[in-house]
Ligand binder design. Structure first.
Ligand code: FES
Length: 106
């Protein structure tokens, strides 16, 4: 049985627009992104092969991250893989900002 918790990640509030950074929590390999001032979070290992997506390209206007190896793009709103070779979606996480704190639901 597993229950989710809101985890304080306020240390990522300094992330600038267009930046993404890795965040490990237990066995979860996550990345936190600032897209036009809104924070997003997803798994950071590409669903096609074991590649870290923080080495890829974040597109703020499309809200996508493109894998550095075979260039599949993922929609950061829902994790969908938008083009081959990746077919499986990335897991995305809820994030909330409260006062001066940032939390992720894990
Ligand atoms: S490893 Fe990411 S698209 Fe192939």
């Amino acid at each position: 049985m597993s229950s989710k918790n809101w985890v304080d990640i306020s240390n990522f509030l300094g992330l600038k627009k267009g930046e993404m950074m890795d965040f490990d929590y237990g066995n979860e390999k996550i990345m936190i992104m600032n897209i036009n001032g809104t924070f997003y979070a997803s798994d950071r290992i590409c669903t096609h092969a074991f590649v870290d997506l923080t080495g890829g390209v974040l597109n703020e206007s499309k809200k996508t991250v493109t894998c550095p190896l075979h260039h599949s793009s993922f929609d950061m709103k829902n994790g969908d893989a938008l083009n081959l070779p990746a077919e499986e979606p990335l897991k995305v996480y809820n994030i909330k900002k409260e006062k001066n704190k940032l939390f992720i639901l894990i």
